[in-house]
Design a protein around this ligand. Structure first.
Ligand code: KIV
Ligand code: ZN
Length: 388
């Protein structure tokens, strides 16, 4: 049986770019948009056109150059936003308007100071208005994570009737537990009349470190679009990280879900986004961190040198990293030292290795990491005879 496709909706250039200090100009956004298309994202959220003339221009220019991905612009459920977004997207081959409104009790009570019925009325009006410009309209129920499921189902039903083709169920505040978020998606699949006409989408924030887990729970329960960003950047603690969800689906064929992403471009794309946004990637970041394929403890190194599968669940080449690395520290063992010594040109006998290892530990105890130049020094200053 063929795998079900999960559409990857990239919002690096919209939710990701909202992060203080990450703002990009149009030229930078164009370079990243081209790269995201090459990476294989299905939908590229290019910006929030009403937010500034610069962002309008970015969405407009991106629409001109993107060949096959859907280009999407964000709006509030406000006519002016929608009109401006439609204008910004006018050159897109596949334009999508992403409109929506808050549906949780706190949004309705404190943000809009209105009623649930009025929110449904505004949602329906926004979708209908967006539909007068483009065929592909995505509706977001902001703070759906904290919205009562019965009411959320009513909102979804109403916007599907109005023509929404995708229903975004954001866990805007990153509050949900994976079980809860998965159950929410399941509930909507089972209780919204007309749901077969629309795709359910996960948009999870990472305030409790659960964005990726929640998105996967959503997909397992029937969502077929995941909204995410490169390196997981985004408001506050960030969004679901694209590289994580893509690699989870790839490494778990049992889920029977697949994406169109060329995973070999992940590492390089992560570096491009980090560099353009001036946002460093934490070294221990899953998939794309510099330590993601680095082994430093003796026990692990010994295993990996004997067989990679002992401690690696991903082939580094699959994400564009040429090989995993064996890092030498005071926690490393003889196997790692012999391995690295061989790489820089020394084939040590067992007796020589014992001698060099004692010397190595003296160096390693006072240095965080032993690099190639140190290995030469350690070997040259050890009490061994080297063959010339
Ligand atoms: O987190 C959120 O709810 C959003 C919406 C605007 C889609 O980013
Ligand atoms: Zn968001």
């Amino acid at each position: 049986m063929g795998k079900d496709k999960v559409q990857i909706f990239d919002t690096t250039l919209r939710d990701g770019e909202q992060v203080p200090g990450c703002k990009l100009d149009t030229k930078q956004k164009l370079v990243l948009a081209e790269r995201l298309e090459e990476l294989g994202v299905d939908i590229l959220e290019a910006g929030f056109p009403i937010s500034s003339p610069g962002d309008f221009n970015s969405v407009n220019e991106i629409s001109k150059i993107i060949k096959s991905a859907t280009v999407c612009g964000l709006t509030r459920a406000v006519e002016k936003d929608i009109k401006v977004a439609a204008e910004a997207l006018r050159y897109a081959k596949r334009p999508r308007i992403h409109t929506g409104i808050g549906t949780s009790e706190s949004h309705i009570k404190y943000k809009f100071k209105t009623s649930q019925e009025e929110v449904i009325r505004r949602a329906v009006a926004a979708v209908k208005y967006a539909k007068s410009f483009v065929e592909d309209v995505e509706f977001f129920a902001e703070d759906a994570g904290r919205t009562d499921n019965d009411y959320l189902a009513r909102v979804c039903e109403a916007v599907i009737k109005a023509g929404a083709t995708v229903l975004n169920i954001p866990d805007t505040t990153g509050y949900c537990l994976p079980e809860e978020y998965g159950a929410k998606i399941k509930y909507l699949k089972e209780n919204v009349t007309g749901i077969d006409k629309a795709i359910l989408s996960c948009h999870c924030h990472n305030d409790l470190g659960l964005a990726t887990a929640n998105s996967i729970a959503g997909a397992i329960n029937g969502a077929r679009q995941i909204e995410c960003t490169i390196n997981g950047i985004g408001e506050r603690a960030g969004n679901t990280s694209l590289e994580e969800v893509v690699m989870i689906l790839k490494q778990h064929p049992d889920l029977n879900l697949d994406t169109n992403i060329n995973t070999r471009l992940l590492f390089e794309t992560s570096g491009m986004v980090s560099q353009k946004m001036g946002m460093p990637v934490q070294p221990n970041k899953a998939i794309v961190g510099t330590n993601a394929f680095a082994h430093s403890s003796g026990i692990h190194q010994d295993g990996v040198i004997k067989n990679r599968a002992t401690y690696e669940i991903i082939d580094p080449e699959d994400v564009g990293v040429s090989e995993s690395s064996i890092v030498l520290t005071a926690r490393s063992g003889r196997a790692a030292l012999a391995y690295r010594a061989k790489k820089v040109g020394y084939e040590l006998t067992k007796l020589q290795l014992d001698e060099v290892y004692d010397n190595f530990l003296k160096f390693a105890d006072v240095k965080k990491e032993i690099v190639d130049s140190d290995i030469h020094e350690i070997i040259e200053t050890s009490n061994i005879e080297l063959e010339s």
